[in-house]
Structures are given as structure tokens and as C-alpha cells.
Design a protein around this ligand. Sequence first.
Ligand code: ARG
Length: 575
Amino acid sequence: MDMASIAEKLTGILEEVFVALDLPRELARVQVSGQGQAAQFQCNGAFQAAKAARANPREIAQKVVDRLGDVSVFSKVEIGGPGFINIDVMDAFIAAHLRETAAEERLGVSASGAGQTIVLDYGGPNIAKAMHVGHLRSSIIGDSLRRMYLFAGFEAIGDVHMGDWGTPMGMILSELDISGYDGPITMDYLAEIYPKAASACKEDEVRMALAREATRKLQDGDVGYTRRWRSFIDVSIAGMKANFDQLGVHFDEWKGESDAHPFIAGMIADLKAQGLAVESDGALVVAVAQDGDKKEIPPLILLKSDGAVLYGTTDLATIVERVSAHQPFKILYIVDQRQALHFEQVFRAARLGKIAPEGQVDLVHAGFGTMNGPDGKPFKTRAGGVMRLEDLIAQGIEKAQGRLDEAELAKDMDAGEREAIAQKVAIAALKFADLQNNRIADYVFDIDRMTSFEGKTGPYLLYQAVRIRSLLKKAGWDEAASADFVMTDTERELALLLAEWPDHFAAALKHDTPHVLCDYAYRLAQEFSSFYGRCHILSEEDEALRASRLALCALTQKQICMVLALLGIDVPERM
Ligand code: ARG
């Protein structure tokens, strides 16, 4: 069954009235009023319709109100201000709504994506180089978005899209040639030789030419190079998997830039045939500038004068590959906002070349800002280098252990369980601190603040969820029991907020913004605290009230855990 929020249900009722009055249906939208407003819900559509028709808004609003007779739904319908319709609903209506949604798998969110496939491109680590905090952001945000699309019923495919095909590969291969090394290639060995090779190439033209030559040979399928390259790809992937497992970030596909290679020649021939790929200063380019561009959009370079392919070439060919493999309705790139121009070029070329025809495949760059240190500059280690992901996680776990001690949590548990809890707290802290920001914004990495059990943090939400769970346990709450909700002044605010869930999920999905979910989870935890503070639950003598309040606790707990799961955050059984 398709469920909805209360606001959506009210919208449905008002739509009928609008249509009956010959007013535009889309203006009938009912929204939750902001805090401190005159009513629980509001519809501004009569006002807007009147403005468009140059009629008196209050009169139009009155006509709508006159037709809203359903006594089982409305407890108050009033016209406010210049013609807004203010609505309160009956307590019994709220109770019935909660009872319905509580029994539902996704607590009221409908599977709107059924039958549609989306490819998400996130992670994006580069072979041989340690992952850094930029890759951390991409992974955390991308994995959360993947979970959100899955939850909404989409077929969602997460692809790590490794950087495994550019000149850095040739730098390593030529370094191996020069040193004559033929021992085992490990992560540590790669981490040692790659920086050496890179700086040698930077300083020496001749050395760089060797790297380019090796890159070209690799890309042309040289057997020996391909075998060596494969071996360091494999160790790199193993290293990355360990990192991503620890973070709880999942990928369905472990593909890279190199996987686009087989599609490049055909794509280029096709773009040439369409007259889109043209020679320019020895290079092959696609002009993507458009009338009305506010800034200059340079052409996308497909082939350099030496025939080498570039980042844009592999990204374009990857679209060819993804469209043919998955027929997605959308490809979503969770990549640093500083690559916005690159994606603009690639997307335009894909449109022009009918690689991703308009109206068939949506191409979206969900960019993100920089994670900064306390000095406001991109986050670095104390030694000044880029922070490695595994060090960051280790640091988070250590800090989380300290926080558990401070809060006297997980006290009587054995070392193994404590360690597992500290790990969950650390991951919750890292992920929530990242996801709670509007992704486009920069934010300051503050390990003290993000690991605190107080404030808008991951650990605070974990703590609330665990606390409610233990309360339910103490009460002997039976999960299968479906209690009737009793609505009084004590319950109403929390109940209404719980009923808003589908609205917030829809907003988060629409704009690919997990921070909307973070805001909701935090508000819910706070609202629960104030509810909890003003009533008895375990000691409540009225049986019906006790059962109802426990049911509210259970629903809140389930709701918080559901949101956290969508953020990729795991809640411990106890702590
Ligand atoms: N490897 C790239 C980097 O480290 C990120 C890849 C992003 N995805 C893409 N399809 N371009 O910056």
C-alpha cells in the first residue's frame, strides 16, 4: 500500500476541493507549519491562485474552507493573514495515521523508484596513492545516497571509479623498469616508489617522457606492462577494500577509468562522424561552449597531440559503458565541487554526442566542499601531509574510547565488545559530522566536537537510540504488539514530528542532500527528550496510556535507527 505523510494526505483532500473550484491543482499543497505558527499545517495556494487571477485571496480561501467539512480530519480550519489556510487535525486522525505507518516497512515512504536504475559514482580513490579526506567525503556522502535510492525502491549501483589509467600508472611502470625491481609489489612498496617517481618526473623532462611512453604502451595493451599494472591494481584494491569495510562503505562495482578504455575508440569514431570531434592544435576536441554561458567553457579534449587520452575522455567513455550496461535514468557523481567545470564539459559533450540523450539519462554532479582543519585550510596531519584515511579512523576510535570512559558507558563489558562499540561510535561521529553539513559547504574537522555525546553529533543519536531500546526492554515491550496511540498534549508534538518522516525523506532525495536526514534525526531525538522529560512511562498506571507511550518510544527508536541506517551509521545493541 502506498503511504504518505499527514501533509500529503491533506494535500490530497485539498486538491479535490481546488479542482472542484476550478483552481490549479498544484497550488493545493499543504505543508507543515514552521515552529511557533498559528496551526499545525498551512496551505498558501488560495492566496497564490487569487493573486494570479487578481481576485481577493481571503474570498478564495473562504470558498476552499467552506468545502472542508470532514469532521474526522480537521479540528480547526481558519484563514490567516492575507489568505493563508491554517489547519489543525483531529487527535484521532493523528493516532490513526501513526498506527498505519508504524506497521509499514519504510514507515510511510513509498517505493517511488521501482523499476528505475541509478548509477552512483563515488569514492574515486587513485591507485598507488593513499586515500585522503577528499575521498572520505565522497565515500560517505555517496554511500548514504546509494542507501537512500535503494530505500526508495530504485535499483542503485555504486561504482568506486578508481583512478587507474592516467600518467601516474606510467610513472610507476617506468620506475619499476629503471630500478629493475622484480620483487612482490605491496601497498607499502607502492606508497614508497610512487612519490619518488612523481617528483623525478616533475623535475626531469626525459624521465617524464619515459613515464608517458609507458602510459601509452599500457593503454595500447602491452602484455608485460598490463601484467605488472594488474598486480598493483590488485594490491591497491585490497588496501582500499580494507579501508572501506572499516568505514561501512559499500560498492557494487569496483571499476576504474581503465574499464572505459574499450569504449573510447568507438566513441571517438562516432563523435567524429557526427562532426563533433574536431582537430585543434593537433589535439582532438569537442567544443562545448553555449550561447549564454556566463563564463568561458573550454572545449573537452579527447586526445592530446601524442594520442594520449585524458580524464574527460575516460569519463565520457564511462558514460557510454554505463548507459549500455545499466540503462540508468540517472548517473550521479559525488565528486569535489572543484571539479564542477570538468563535469560541465563532460555532460555537455555527452548531450551533444547523444551518449546520454536529454530526457533519457540525467547526468548530475553532486559536488561537495572541502573538509578543513581548525586553521580554515584543507585538513592536514600534524606533520603537514594529507591525512590518510586509516589514520583518521584510528584516531577517531581512540577518541571514542576516551568519550565512552568519560560518559561511563560500556563500563561492564568485555574488551572485545567495548572495542566494537568504540568503533561504531567513531564511525558514527565521522559520518554524521560530514553528512550534517550541506554537502556543498566547507566544514571544519573538529574531532572533539564530533565525538561528543552531547549536541548535534552521531554519538548523541546513537546514545538516544540505545537508551530508548533499553527502556523498551525494561518495559518488556513486545515488538509484535500494535498499541493504539493516545493523543494528549504530551504526545502530540512528537507524534506530528514522526508523521513528517516521508516529507523529509522526499526533500533529501530530491536534492541529494543527506543533511536533511541529519536535521530530522536530531530534531526527533530532541523532541523525544522533551516528551520523555514531561511524562511517566514505566511508572504510568493507566494501562492504555502506558502502552501508547511505549509504542511512541518504539516508533521513535525505529525511526531514528532507520535514518541512521540511511546515513550508513550502525547502532550498537547496547552501550
Ligand atoms: N580519482 C578522482 C580524484 O581523485 C575522482 C574520480 C571521480 N569520479 C569521476 N567519474 N571522475 O579526484
